[in-house]
Structures are given as structure tokens and as C-alpha cells.
Design a protein around this ligand. Structure first.
Ligand SMILES: [Zn+2]
Length: 147
């Protein structure tokens, strides 16, 4: 009984530590994105996207043959999506978007984060996204560094 109690306490500490580290990690990622967004020029209309998209996609290293459609709309968060073999769309929320968000989404496209997803398990896909792709895109949006 005493040993089982000790094991259960150990397991509880382990879950607690994992949960705490995971929470701190996510909070750190979120805070890094927010700091970067606060120091970045606002994207207030579609004309501004058209004006900066060409320069920004070149900066991210996206090949000429890849088509990118970027739009402002009423969705709550920025995201990007592969919509064809060499075509992507980027959605930026109308209320609160900036250059930093656009760079973040362009990095996901430039680094091929949408490629090969069909062959990965959903757990592997989620882990790669959370611990590799999302930090990479966050570093790029904050510093311009490509890892
Ligand atoms: Zn992302």
C-alpha cells in the first residue's frame, strides 16, 4: 500500500511537471508572437497586402511558380492552407492583422510545412507542428531568421 502510494505520488508529480512545462512552453510561444505583433505595422486593407506580398514572399524564399492568395476577412485568427498543388491561401483577420502575422504564414509555406502531411500520423503531425514548425515560424516573424 505504501509503495503504491509512493508510485502514484511520483506519477502525479510527473504529470504535474509535464503539464507545467507544457503550459510554460505554450505561454512562451504565445507571448513571443504577441510581442512580435505589437511591434509590427498593421495591415488595414487589401491594397496594403497586395503592395507588400511580392516583396515578403521573396524575402521568405518562396519560388515564383507558387501562387499565394492572401485576404483579410472576419475570421478570428490568421492561418494559411494549401489549396492546390502549388497554390496556397492566407487568411488574416480584418480586425487585428499586421506584417508579423503575414510573415509567420509565409514562413509555413516557404518551409514546406504543408507538404507530406498525408503520410504522417496525426500525433507526429501535431508534435512536429507544435515543437518544430510553429517555433520556426514564430522566430521568423520576430527576427527574420530562417532556421
Ligand atoms: Zn503558425
Amino acid at each position: 500500500m505504501d509503495i503504491l502510494d509512493k508510485i502514484l505520488r511520483g506519477v502525479n508529480h510527473c504529470f504535474f511537471a509535464t503539464g507545467l512545462i507544457g503550459s510554460l512552453y505554450l505561454a512562451g510561444l504565445y507571448t513571443s508572437q504577441k510581442i512580435s505583433q505589437n511591434n509590427s505595422p498593421k495591415i488595414e486593407n487589401q491594397a496594403y497586402i497586395e503592395k507588400i506580398l511580392e516583396k515578403e514572399r521573396k524575402r521568405a524564399g518562396i519560388k515564383e511558380n507558387i501562387k499565394i492568395n492572401a485576404f483579410l476577412n472576419n475570421e478570428g485568427a490568421a492561418y494559411s492552407q494549401k489549396i492546390g498543388k502549388e497554390e496556397y491561401k492566407i487568411i488574416l483577420p480584418y480586425k487585428d492583422s499586421n506584417l508579423s502575422d503575414l510573415r509567420h504564414e509565409l514562413y509555413h509555406i516557404a518551409d514546406g510545412h504543408f507538404n507530406g502531411g498525408e503520410t504522417k500520423s496525426s500525433i507526429r503531425y501535431a508534435l512536429e507542428y507544435l515543437f518544430w514548425q510553429e517555433p520556426q515560424a514564430t522566430i521568423y516573424q520576430s527576427t527574420g531568421l530562417k532556421l
